[in-house]
Design a protein around this ligand. Sequence first.
Ligand code: NAP
Length: 336
Amino acid sequence: MTLRMGVIGTGMIGRDHTRRIQQVLTGAEIVALSDVNLEGARAVKADLAPNAEIFETGQALIASDKVDAVLVTSWGDTHEDYVLAAIAAGKPVFCEKPLATTARGAKGIVDAEVAHGKRLVQVGFMRRFDQGYNLLKQTLENELGTPLMVHAAHRNPTVPDAYVTPMAIHDTLIHEIDTFRWLLGDDYVSARVIFPRKTKHAHAGLADPQIVTLVTTRGVVINTEIFVNCRYGYDIQCQIVGEEGAAYLPEPMAVTMRKNARRENAILTDWKGRFVAAFDTEMQAFIDEAANGTISGPSSWDGYMAAVTSDACVKAQENEGAAIDITYPDRPALYN
Ligand code: NAP
């Protein structure tokens, strides 16, 4: 069976997911496209999905009986309505992060999915599908003993002027927030933020770098440096320290060159190259599972937990140095 998919939001990542579904992955076809900017949708159709029908609204695309599964890649604040509509239509939906821009909105999606009685939603936390993080998780589970600490860094060479202090949490740390819950199989109880000396490369509306400390229910302390004007590259680092040893996230593969009395290898400069294989694997998993009527990837509950944690981290930014409690209700059985 070929899964007939519709894309809502044909901007950068919507176009990229369309390309991978049409040209790289198997088992699915893009049959529908929608965007507030219909010209953008038409351009994606012309370049990548000639058989796709253009829908004037995302809601009409979701309702169409030509569409088996929905991909939500529009702006973050529009995700909630589209995901709720897909659940109401009983259709599998892949939603790029964030699931919703508020914890309350994400909880509404959890409640709707629980009422539906079956998982339909996968959230685009692609790091869970990255080979390096999976090897690190295996090493943690088989070799390191009880985890005690995580030291991590998320560095970008530069960010646009519109990127302001809270976006370091909502747009950047959100990936670490989900990844470390998954790696450790644990939830968070508190968040704290401190601001080191500010780089001269950050504009007035951005505190950069930042250090976020998350503490888990079992007492693991996770320190993550967010530094989005680091200049030199896109660099994701993670070290887990356990009772029996420490393990590092593998570096992306790169040739080491010896030349002119130097030994060097290239560092990537953007997230697309760093996680391209993970994006492919996450989307293939969604296609395969949606076709079988079972979704098991990052869930609405994970999206909700990320939103709750993000809110606490932003509050911690506003109260530098203070530990902010992270609270949430019991996890519904649907997500066990
Ligand atoms: P983008 O290039 O701005 O694309 C978003 C598209 O959605 C634009 O074409 C925009 O229209 C359209 N749009 C806005 N409101 C809409 C609505 N109500 N209905 C339908 N379409 C609408 O942004 P992007 O970089 O692709 O990001 C999209 C989402 O993916 C964001 O939530 C982002 O956080 C997420 N993302 C995730 C990752 C990841 O690492 N997993 C990476 C990148 C992005 P206009 O043409 O008018 O702008």
